[in-house]
Design a protein around this ligand. Structure first.
Ligand code: ADP
Length: 413
């Protein structure tokens, strides 16, 4: 009554302000509470949804909390586990000491990193688990521990299966190696024993041609000629087969090979003919390898490069690259080339793309090349364009610190 209208208005405004302030602080409190609740719910959801069994315990090792994963893995309900020492429930007689040791460690503030073990379900059945444990600190105070158990039954089963498979595989590889050896011995024995009767066949057809020439008409002479040619071809096949079977059967002698010298010798032995231009690398290395294998590789690649070429001016180039851990070699020609669909086929034994009339050969050369390269831990590959030419490349691992050596006689300038 004694307040003026103005005073009253002022008081009302002040009251409004206070109410607004109160409302504001209350809302903030509510938001904080809501946030806390959300965080709790989130943590609970993480625990519930975790695929592993998670059990927390107090400093006396009594279970405080467990998740759905723990109920599912061990068959106890959380109510049955809470308040109990989890080791009494799931460690079993055989793992009790081990579980106790882990508990002591975590309650002393140490971590137990994931370790394979066995625990027991409520029905007594064992379950293979990975156990990990760590202490829980609030500030500096140790208030308990958390244990995580991962079911590894499936993992162990798969591991066991893989072990069985790999054992089986090892056994198969051994069998295969034995078979391979037997086959190689067999090829050797057969080709070796075929040589003597073949020689006789060649010699007798020659006697017939020499001593009975007047008793034979033209057809007879043709027949004998054909026998002699075929017997000679068969002898070539047998000799190549023997050479092929020797690789891998006889351990090669590893020596220092001067590749420059070796290439010069091979080229002059092959007599490439005046029209063929052969270019060798300016420098070739001296490497630790089997000289016999290197000779087989370069001789076959070079003789093929000379042979499968119809151009009036065949050009054959040998290349050598120093590639850190390997030497990379290439034999390049401008010959008839090969259709890419035959790239794999031609490295197989007796695989040829032409008739004997078109190009002579036994079809074993490239099989020898591949075997000799692989025998030394190397790889071979091919690039080619029909009617343009081919490049046969191969890489050989270095055995030592090897470097380029002397200049070759047909070197690139
Ligand atoms: P061969 O030379 O006795 O026929 P190889 O095993 O050495 O046997 O070669 C297999 C086949 O690969 C040859 O018949 C030929 O068709 C093809 N070949 C090999 N080298 C070359 C080359 N440099 N150019 C074109 N074709 C080739």
């Amino acid at each position: 009554e004694d307040k003026t209208k103005e005073q009253l208005i002022n008081e009302i405004v002040e009251l409004h302000n206070r109410i607004a302030e109160l409302e504001k602080s209350e809302t903030q409190g509510n938001i904080a509470e809501l946030e806390n609740m959300e965080r709790r719910l989130y943590l609970e959801a993480v625990l519930t949804n975790a695929p592993d069994a998670i059990i927390t315990m107090d400093a006396q090792h009594k279970t405080i909390m467990c998740n759905q994963g723990a109920e599912e893995l061990f068959g106890y309900s959380c109510d049955e586990m809470i308040g109990r020492d989890i080791d009494d429930l799931i460690a079993g007689a055989d793992k009790f000491e081990e579980a106790r040791d882990y508990s002591k460690l975590v309650l002393a503030g140490k971590n137990v990193s994931a370790t394979e073990s066995v625990r027991y379900r409520k029905d007594g059945s064992p379950v293979e688990v990975m156990v990990a444990g760590s202490p829980i600190f609030i500030g500096n105070k140790l208030v308990g521990a958390v244990a995580v158990y991962t079911d590894i039954t499936e993992l162990k089963r798969m591991k066991h299966e893989i072990e069985e498979y790999s054992q089986e595989l090892e056994h198969k590889v051994e069998q295969l190696q034995k078979l391979n050896e037997e086959l190689s011995q067999y090829t050797y024995a057969v080709s070796h024993d075929l040589r003597a009767p073949l020689r006789a066949l060649i010699n007798y057809s020659r006697f017939l041609q020499e001593d009975f020439v007047d008793k034979l008409n033209e057809i007879g002479k043709d027949y004998i000629q054909s026998i002699a040619e075929n017997a000679l071809y068969m002898e070539e096949l047998v000799v190549d087969l023997l050479e092929y079977s020797r690789i891998g059967r006889i351990k090669p002698k590893i020596i220092e090979v001067d590749l420059g010298k070796l290439l010069d010798n091979i080229v002059s032995k092959l007599h490439p003919g005046e029209n063929i231009q052969v270019t060798l690398p300016k420098k070739m290395p001296i490497i630790q390898a089997s000289e016999l294998h290197l000779e087989q590789i370069f001789s076959n690649l070079l003789s093929n490069a000379f042979k499968f070429n119809k151009t009036p001016k065949p050009q054959i180039t040998v290349e050598c690259l120093d590639k850190d851990n390997v030497w990379e070699f290439a034999v390049r020609d401008n010959g008839i080339g090969i259709d890419p669909k035959y790239f794999d086929k031609i490295f197989g034994i007796f695989q040829r793309l032409h008739t004997q009339e078109e190009y002579e050969g036994t079809g074993i050369g490239l099989a020898i090349v591949k075997k000799a390269i692989e025998e030394q831990g190397g790889t071979v590959w091919i690039e080619s364009t029909p009617n343009k030419g081919s490049v046969f490349s191969f890489a050989l691992p270095k055995k030592n610190i090897e470097q380029f050596g002397k200049q070759t006689s047909k070197a690139k300038e």
